[in-house]
Design a binder for this molecule. Structure first.
Ligand code: FAD
Length: 472
């Protein structure tokens, strides 16, 4: 009898299992794949971020503009060149997870898990079926790409975000359907490699939850620097394979003929194999497992965390949800909730990152706000590395100067964001940047100038208001 059975070895499963085991619980972890790590390590986060680095490196993208004379672009990048580093990183991640589970004395079972009752789980693999029993169960089975029956997937010319990792050659042209985070990231990656890329979405606005000014910089870079052709507010009508090409017709009549289509529009929870009815666990739309604020399902001893419960469906939050779930399950008096302020990063080229409220949100909610901006073109480090389009934008309360939001586009945006996020986490003001000394030259130093700009904007508006009062 185990204290805990975890189903799935992605970020939620690994961290949930390790957290309970760290506090002395007897833990079993079931994974249906031969390797650990889930979508995060094998098909999602880690491969896509590694391919981004490979594309930037192999294409000489970052080095462009460093010399007038030498073109550093590698002329013929092969698929093996492109995938090489991804494989190395994956192997290191598998070893890291193996070691983490071993160090915490977690028993591992390879096979597909299926509920027999709320405490009994059958694990089936090629060798047969084994029965496990646990007082607590954590469902961390993640999600898979949504594959509508109208899309002729063949996983070579028409792929989803899993099978794009198995293509046999780098296509000359690619159409990405779905301009969400995954679609925008892959569109940037392939465009950086020199592939002709079309990005198609039925919505008219790209990444609607992000600050519009930041997204405009991305759009400009994607179109001018990467040469991506955007088809926004364009619904896909048909996708057809013809010989070795794929023909895509949009509702506005446009026909796009490409070598490869990446269909990246939506994901569904991995619950089909779990036999949730036998345990009485309730699900919602697209199989999302329904949970309360403690990540407890409709059955009190069964918890769920990560992509299987839906938004925000990130590796970062999946780990935290699982830790919080285990604290509740075993009354550990430790981390009782996931932080309310979450960072988001989109690893496009350039990167975007955000935390807190946007200027648009402040306007919609009538929140008093002011902004301060610093452009990387005015920053020595920005000039050195050749990132002249980057921008840090601060949103803050004009009276208290309390920082309300940070929005960044440019090199290392996902890392830089944490500086602003920590100030917000501790309820700080933009004076935190003015009062700090930053290494020089660094992009971080731009925070200070964004804060000065913000103070200047407050002062200008106050002066203008005073002048109006005096003339009345
Ligand atoms: C292309 C792409 C890029 C992404 N980029 C980022 C990013 O940059 N940053 C970020 O934070 N997030 C990113 N994500 C999201 C991130 O990968 C997921 O949020 C994260 O992997 C979810 O973790 P999880 O543990 O819930 O599930 P998963 O990682 O999906 O793991 C679930 C595991 O459960 C196993 N399983 C399923 N059913 C069973 C069963 N019945 N029995 C046994 N085992 C089972 C699966 O085999 C899998 O190994 C990205 C996702 C994709 C697809």
């Amino acid at each position: 009898m185990y204290d805990l059975i975890v189903i799935g070895s992605g970020p939620a499963g690994e961290k949930g299992a390790a957290q309970a085991a760290y506090f002395g619980k007897r833990v079993a972890l079931i994974e249906r794949e031969p390797v650990p790590g889930g979508a995060c390590v094998n098909t999602g986060t880690i491969p896509s971020k590694t391919l981004r680095e490979s594309a930037l490196h192999l294409s000489g993208f970052r080095q462009r503009g460093f010399t007038q004379a030498v073109d550093l672009t590698m002329k013929s990048v092969t698929i093996d060149d492109f995938m090489y580093r991804k494989q190395l990183v994956l192997e290191k991640e598998w070893a890291r997870i193996d070691e983490n589970l071993r160090r915490h004395n977690i028993d591992r079972y390879q096979g597909t898990a299926r509920f027999i009752s709320p405490t009994k789980i059958a694990v089936k693999n090629a060798l047969g079926e084994e029965m496990l029993e646990g007082s607590v169960v954590l469902i961390a089975t993640g999600s898979s790409p949504h594959r509508p029956s109208t899309v002729p997937f063949d996983d070579e010319c028409v792929c989803d975000s899993d099978t794009i990792l198995q293509i046999g050659k780098i296509p000359a042209s690619l159409a990405v359907v779905g301009a969400g985070v995954i679609g925008c990231e892959y569109a940037s990656i392939f465009a950086a490699l020199g592939v002709e890329v079309h990005l198609v979405d039925a919505r008219s606005t790209l990444l609607p939850h992000m600050d519009r000014e930041i997204v405009r910089v991305l759009l400009g870079e994607m179109q001018t620097r990467l040469g991506v052709t955007l088809h926004l507010a364009c619904e896909v009508q048909t996708i057809e394979k013809c010989d070795d090409k794929v023909s895509m017709t949009l509702r506005n009549g446009t026909c796009i003929v490409v070598d490869t289509v990446l269909y990246a529009a939506g994901r569904s929870s991995n619950v089909a194999d779990l036999n949730l009815d036998a345990a009485g666990v309730k699900t919602g739309n697209r199989g999302l497992v329904l949970v309360n604020e403690n990540y407890q399902t409709s059955v009190p001893n069964i918890y769920a965390a990560g992509d299987v419960i839906g938004f925000p469906a990130l590796a970062s939050t999946s780990m935290e949800q699982a830790r919080v779930a285990m604290v509740h399950a075993f009354n550990l008096k430790y981390k009782t909730k996931v932080a309310s302020l979450l960072p988001y990063a989109i690893y496009t080229i350039p990167e975007l990152s955000t935390a807190g409220v946007t200027e648009e949100e402040c306007r919609t909610k009538s929140l008093p706000h002011e902004v301060g901006r610093a452009y990387f073109r005015n920053n020595a480090r920005g000039q050195i590395i050749g990132d002249t389009k980057g921008l840090i934008k601060l949103v803050f309360d004009p009276d208290s100067l309390k920082l309300l939001g940070v929005h960044i586009v440019g090199e290392n945006a996902s890392e830089l964001l944490h500086i602003g996020m920590m100030v917000m986490q501790f309820g700080g003001t933009i004076n935190a940047f003015i009062d700090s000394v930053f290494n020089f030259p660094t992009l971080s130093d731009a925070y200070k100038y964004a804060a000065y700009d913000g103070l200047g904007n407050v002062a200008r508006k106050r002066a203008a208001a005073m002048a109006v009062q005096e003339t009345v």
